[in-house]
Design a protein. Structure first.
Length: 290
């Protein structure tokens, strides 16, 4: 997936590798700092992602850790890539805090597993539907900022179609997502038809969680799980609130949500039945009187 390298994901890998190498060396942050002529706080910031080290900084660290050859070159190149800016960087002021980081991680993911209780996931929204959702939920009132947020959402959808290997998307949508009218009936009907089109893609799976499933483990709200092509990169969990989003660091929490997603998938309709239900609701919206 070299065609979808992301600075955010490269930075995440780099900080994990620097932390791993230091621990393997048996050196403390103070000892490493002394050898590279820096401070232990700086080393800590490199390892926790608060500072993106320069390639020269990484070169000095590899000398301390005894890393040579291709492994050294790879880490230095990672530092170069981590300091670049993704296309989303210019839009970060109009996005909720934390969401720009999510976009950067999503850009290099191989698999997205998403549970949505209220609206169609951003990767699958039509532009009119996205505009209606953004207008209703955005904390800004400037039309130009609304349009910028919509543009970012639509731009992310290139992940489903390439270039390179398209991302795999598995979405579990609560029945409310399919029934709740967003925008006009025409907008909603077109959105549901778009879901049907997406379901035909080999890299997209859509499952509807029916009301008849009753209570379930994810009643607290939406979440998203990201998996990556490199085995060294662990899965990530993204949680979003009205004003912000964040990626928890606890691996156990990631495992809990992964188990939750499996539970939801088992309760949901299979892909064929889900598509049939979506088609039925699309037809209903199309036939509604204005």
């Amino acid at each position: 997936m070299a065609s979808r390298r992301s600075p955010t994901a490269r930075h995440r890998r780099l900080m994990a590798e620097l932390s791993r190498l230091r621990k393997s060396s048996g050196l403390s942050r103070v000892e490493v700092a002394e050898r590279i002529g820096s401070t232990d706080t700086t080393v800590w910031r490199y390892e926790t992602g608060l500072t993106r080290p320069k390639p020269s900084d990484v070169s000095a660290l590899t000398d301390v850790y005894g890393v040579t050859g291709e492994a050294r070159d790879s880490l230095i190149q990672m530092a170069v890539e981590a300091r670049r800016r993704g296309w989303w960087h210019q839009h970060r002021q109009t996005l909720k805090p934390g969401f720009d980081s999510y976009i950067g991680l999503e850009a290099e993911a191989s698999l997205v597993r998403s549970y949505e209780p209220l609206v169609v996931p951003g990767l699958m929204q039509t532009e009119p539907y996205a505009r209606a959702v953004t207008r209703a939920t955005s904390m800004v009132h400037d039309p130009s900022e609304v349009e910028e947020q919509v543009s970012v959402r639509i731009s992310r959808q290139r992940l489903l179609h390439g270039p390179g290997d398209p991302i795999q998307l598995v979405a579990v949508l609560d029945e409310a997502v399919i029934r709740r009218r967003i925008g006009s009936r025409e907008i909603m009907a077109a959105q549901l038809e778009h879901l049907i089109d997406l379901s035909r893609l080999p890299n997209v799976e859509i499952r509807v969680l029916p009301f008849s499933a009753g209570e379930h483990a994810a009643m607290d709200g939406k979440f998203c799980l990201l998996s990556f092509p490199e085995p060294e990169d662990p899965d990530l969990l993204y949680l979003e609130q009205a004003a912000s989003g964040h990626v928890p660091d606890d691996p156990e929490e990631v495992r809990r949500y992964a188990s939750m997603f499996e539970s939801l998938s088992a309760l949901a309709l299979d892909p064929e039945a889900s598509t049939a239900f979506i088609a039925q609701m699309a037809k209903r919206f199309s036939n509604l009187s204005p």
